[in-house]
Design a binder for this molecule. Structure first.
Ligand code: FAD
Length: 281
């Protein structure tokens, strides 16, 4: 049920699931309500590497729905078999979930050669086979190319297969190079991929954390950005202010290019994300 690329501009916010019910309640009260005031289309909740946060993801999604928000669980095969996934899908439908972010998923360390045992395309097929059009399905996309890919064309082909399998839209890995997104939009259009591709946005609040995440997921932090952030390393507030400024500019340029929305990787914090959204009006 692939839709056309156009869709109303929307923002969404990503959380990771807190460990216990107290943490989940705090996330709703202290963070979701702050970001909820900005009118997001939905909150999404990640699924730990290899499915390690299955219960936490479900419970966090439930808490958000009970608080009146639309919430989309991330889902990957992890250690589960197809029947486990089918029953999880049924639970989500009962809980009122209408959107799922379908992923291969990161693998826990030690997974080694088995890391390609599953892929997101197969998961999208499984969801469509089992649940029909019950859920909107988002998949991941990589303007700077997935680190496992043998090349940009290869990566684009994997993306197309997920869309052809039934994904309605995509959220990208974060990036700070607008050209990568513009070029990706052109290449996907040429490949006949017509779903909305929402840029994933990572607010910048700390250089070390940014470099750690980026090295892991293959996002490039441009040299100029690293250098300016390094100069501000002993100035926490200065780093945050500069990060807000840089990411606001990035978002403005993405929206000017026609980005159909913005998906913020909040890391369960609201401060920088909400300042960026306010700057964007
Ligand atoms: P796929 O689309 O299956 O593959 C991605 C790429 O890997 C392909 O394009 C291809 O280049 C390469 N590849 C795949 N299979 C093969 C193969 N057999 N041979 C060679 N190359 C291959 N991870 C989590 O664990 N939990 C989350 O909640 C989570 N949320 C995410 C949300 C977003 C928006 C994004 C962008 C990423 C998220 N991730 C999450 C990370 C994601 O799981 C990893 O990037 C993972 O390595 C790939 O997942 P995928 O769904 O893109 O996989």
């Amino acid at each position: 049920m692939s839709s056309t690329r156009q869709r109303a501009t929307q923002i969404s916010f990503e959380f990771f699931p807190p460990r216990d019910p107290a943490g989940q309640a705090k996330l709703v009260t202290n963070v979701a309500h702050k970001l909820g005031a900005l009118g997001p289309a939905y909150f999404s909740v990640t699924y730990g590497a290899g499915g390690t946060t299955k219960d936490g993801t479900q419970q966090t999604v439930r808490s958000l729905i009970e608080a009146g928000y639309a919430a989309a669980p991330h889902l990957s095969m992890g250690a589960d078999d197809s029947d486990d996934i089918r029953s999880l899908l049924d639970n989500y439908a009962t809980d009122g979930v209408t959107r799922i972010v379908a992923l291969r998923g990161d693998q826990p360390s030690g997974f080694g050669a088995h890391r390609f045992a599953h892929n997101a395309e197969a998961l999208v097929r499984l969801i469509r086979e089992h649940s029909g059009d019950q859920f909107e399905i988002e998949v991941a996309a990589y303007p700077e190319v997935h680190p496992d890919a043998q090349g940009a064309e290869f990566d684009l082909d994997f993306f197309k297969r997920k869309v052809d399998a039934g994904a309605d839209g995509a959220i990208t890995q974060y990036f700070y190079n607008v050209d990568a997104y513009e070029d990706f939009l052109e290449r996907t259009a040429q490949a006949g991929i017509n779903v909305p591709i929402v840029p994933g946005v990572m607010p910048i609040t700390n250089l070390d954390a940014l470099i750690r995440f980026s090295d892991k997921c293959g996002a490039e932090v441009p040299r100029w950005l690293r250098q300016v952030l390094a100069d501000k390393q002993d100035d926490e507030q200065g780093t945050i202010n500069f990060g807000v400024e840089v990411v606001t500019r990035l978002c403005q340029r993405l929206l000017a290019l026609g980005a159909p929305g913005l998906h913020f990787y909040t890391l369960n914090r609201w401060g920088a994300t909400s300042r960026i959204c306010q700057n964007l009006g």
